[in-house]
Design a protein around this ligand. Structure first.
Ligand SMILES: [Zn+2]
Length: 314
């Protein structure tokens, strides 16, 4: 492999957008590592010796990327460099410093809004990384930038996706500034647990084959509030409520462990930003771990509904 290209590949791991994404996006303060999942309350319940288990990408000797579960420090888990410390505190004071109440519209809105900020930051970082990789390949002569190529098209697609996420986020900014919390609608499911197992914060598109013509965005937040109760909250704009309910129909129309199973699959299929209680992870067999990793990898680029009892995460 070309050495210059290889260096660019490894450098790309540290390439990310770095700016404060607070409403209006005109803040010039340096962004901190903001948590997309509450560090204080949620990670207090989930962590062991200040660590959780999460997905991590590594590169093999042959430079092939592999994904695995690894121990991650709670101060790093779920973070993104997309908010300055002032805006992080100011915007999320109500969810970080007060008990969660499922009837509080503002808290529900803020939870979803934070996932959208993380999602926008991830899509911006990805489009920068892909475009830089494409330009590097042009520079070393592997791609002719004057000719249409798969790499060039993919880069354009990533930038377009990032722009769409930006538009989506801008509408949420407007709703937040106007305190129009009803702009988002929520499906809240209560899960009873023996002990907390998992937390997740994710914005995703429901691009499963059944909804190809009309893809909508869903915001998923899963977090324990104590040892016995974990909430799974799916939020969407009022306009996309019908599509979201269609996507969630198995969840809505099932109960207890069957519903928890459907929520588990939704996490594996749609999120890379989820963190597991290390004590719970210890109970997993190697087979279960591998099945979950395979399902995660299989659904990275296209959604797929598949069944296996080992996908259960609660
Ligand atoms: Zn700021």
């Amino acid at each position: 492999m070309n050495k210059q290209l290889l260096k660019a590949y490894y450098d790309s791991f540290s390439t990310r957008a770095s700016l404060c994404l607070s409403p209006g996006m005109c803040c010039c303060n340096t962004p901190i590592r903001a948590h997309s999942i509450q560090n204080s309350k949620v990670f207090d319940l989930l962590s062991v010796n200040d660590h959780l288990v999460g997905l991590k990408m590594k590169t093999e000797r042959s430079h092939v990327p592999i994904i695995n579960f690894e121990s991650i420090g709670r101060n790093i888990a779920s973070t993104f460099e997309g908010l300055c410390s002032e805006h992080d505190q100011q915007l999320f004071h109500l969810i970080d410093d007060f008990e969660f109440d499922i009837n509080n519209e503002e808290q529900l809105f803020l939870l979803a809004y934070r996932s959208v900020l993380k999602g926008l930051h991830a899509s911006m970082s990805k489009s920068i990384r892909i475009q830089e990789g494409y330009l590097k390949k042009c520079e070393v002569g592997l791609i002719d930038k004057n000719v249409v190529s798969n790499e060039g098209l993919y880069s354009v697609q990533c930038i377009a996706n990032s722009c769409e996420t930006f538009e989506y986020k801008s509408k949420l900014d407007e709703a937040l500034v106007n305190q129009n919390y009803k702009y988002l609608t929520h499906r809240v499911f209560e899960i009873n647990t023996d002990f907390p197992t998992i937390a997740c914060s994710q914005l995703f598109s429901n691009d499963s084959s059944a909804y190809k013509d009309s893809c909508s965005r869903i915001i998923m937040n899963i977090f324990p509030v104590n040892n016995q109760i974990t909430y799974a909250i799916f939020s969407s704009t009022e306009d996309e409520k019908k599509l979201t309910d269609d996507y969630l129909h198995k969840c809505i129309n099932s109960e207890s462990s069957l519903r928890e199973y459907e929520i588990s699959k939704m996490i594996i299929r749609n999120s890379e930003n989820f963190f597991i209680n290390p004590l719970y992870f210890k109970t997993w067999s190697e087979l279960k771990t591998n099945k979950i990793l395979e399902y995660f990898a299989e659904t990275l680029y296209s959604d797929k509904d598949k069944d296996d009892v080992d996908y259960f995460l609660f």
